[in-house]
Design a protein around this ligand. Sequence first.
Ligand code: A3P
Length: 286
Amino acid sequence: MAQEYFQYKGISFPRLIYSEQGLREVENKFQVRDDDVFNVTYQKSGTVWMLEILSLIHSNGDPSRCRTVPNWDRGPWYETVLGLQTARSNQPPRLISSHLPIQLFAKSFFQSKAKVLYTVRNPKDVFVSLYHFAQIFRPYKEPGQLDQFLEQFLEGDVPFGSWFDHVKGWMGLRGHENFFWISYEELQQDLRGSVERICRFLGKQLDAQAMDGVVENASFQAMKQNKMSNFSLAPRFLLDQTHSSFLRKGIAGDWKNQLTTAQSENFDRVYREQMQGLELSFPWDE
Ligand code: A3P
């Protein structure tokens, strides 16, 4: 069963941790509450970083909960079989993570006042991060040669489908008052300023000390040392961090060390084709 994918409405999911029935339940039966907060990303865009930030904002910068409860229980990925159970049983206000493209998201969200925070990242860095992740995350197929995997990524032939479709789909909610987006690069450049913006969106006020607590405990170093956030508690059959880590480099622009000029130019060509007409500029477009 390991490394087998199935298709749900044209999108690939690894069989080991997802099921058609679970995805149908999420889409059609999951009851979104008005006080739910969703942490949504295309995979490898900074999901667990945002999860940590949101957990810490919720606890006014106090890291106790982040240091005692695994991140997958604090902000479960509700499309996974186990995450759905956790999301249903967690006490409100719930923090829920998701990599689902918008068309597979819980329908009840669209009639609710629940909030979505969507984090985007330079897709070249997403690709590089995913390439390394696919080598240690057991539900995923071995990525093989980088060049081959790049073709698959650009065609959307990877779990969760096309990065381009995901971003265009979710960005369609821009302007809605319960939708907020931010980039991984902005988090990198100005974490404190980003946390302030996130707090404004959530209607949450933090004093300076609480803000320090968020910024310090959501740093790459702090998260790497926290076993509730670095996935060292994940079972080996799911994640094998012997040769690489989930929290791998934590930088923007690593693609420059990993892609050839030809690969980067090919990426740019597909990017231009796919993103044309989207009146939006991202930090990496500059
Ligand atoms: P790299 O593989 O480039 O290091 P996701 O949580 O969506 O799977 O994304 C994982 C990526 O986010 C990894 O990127 C990881 O290192 C990075 N990341 C996680 N926490 C971070 C933090 N506090 N600061 C910077 N990057 C972080």
